[in-house]
Design a protein around this ligand. Sequence first.
Ligand code: AMP
Length: 255
Amino acid sequence: MWSIRMRASKSILAEGSGNGEVEEVHISGAEGLWNEEEILKLLEQYLIRALNHSRGKPDKIFFTLEKINEAIIKVPPLPVRTLICNSPEEAKELITNKLLSLGISQRAIEAGLGILLSSTIMRGAALIKSNTGTLSVPDHHRGVRVSRLGIDNETRYRIEKEMSELNVDKRRVIEALTLASKVAHHKDIVAEVCISDDPDYITGYLASKDLGYLRIPNIKRLGEMHGGRVFFINEDSNLKELIYYLEKTPVQIFG
Ligand code: AMP
């Protein structure tokens, strides 16, 4: 199989910079594991997505294609449930209570929510230690980008069919569920919380091996630009091994 990654960004004048300093802002990204005969179709889909994103027009689009030669680990999808939530305030309370129930400290929860609600968008995820709340990523701007992940076609069709009664954006849910299932499978991951950085997509999620994939409607208000992903990790995680798993180990969601 092939790992295909897309990353789109645009350069803007850095805030407060009087000397023309330019910074790159993230517009969109996508990744998946695909068969060789699917590559062309996927490049087109990812390109259309990059050029038509609600965060704006990119001025740089990068594609990375890598042939996967290692064995691909099969991981089952997390079960999906939608919670009742009517506002970002309710979402905050709900997320806090669920994370506390998983043994994550108030301090770590506040650190995580601070990142998710910040106007500075990371390209990847923040790793936060579940007790001390320490941010544990090598690069604070980039975060850790989960890559080399995909979903088996039969599994995708089954989940799409199960969701067909619900009023959901199937592509988004499948992609996020694929990522969340890979992430939750690692022994050092306690939970994940995600808010899309798209101003027109306001359903987020909380995921963990024990709780499954919990969709949270109205996690933010329409038009808001903030978003991000936070992975709460065990305090004594082997960071090098965990980051290698997230970025490099090929995983296919199956079952
Ligand atoms: P999205 O759901 O695509 O709007 O992404 C929401 C946020 O999740 C982004 O702002 C990034 O911070 C983060 N993110 C997106 N894709 C990944 C990925 N592959 N790995 C880690 N974090 C990601």
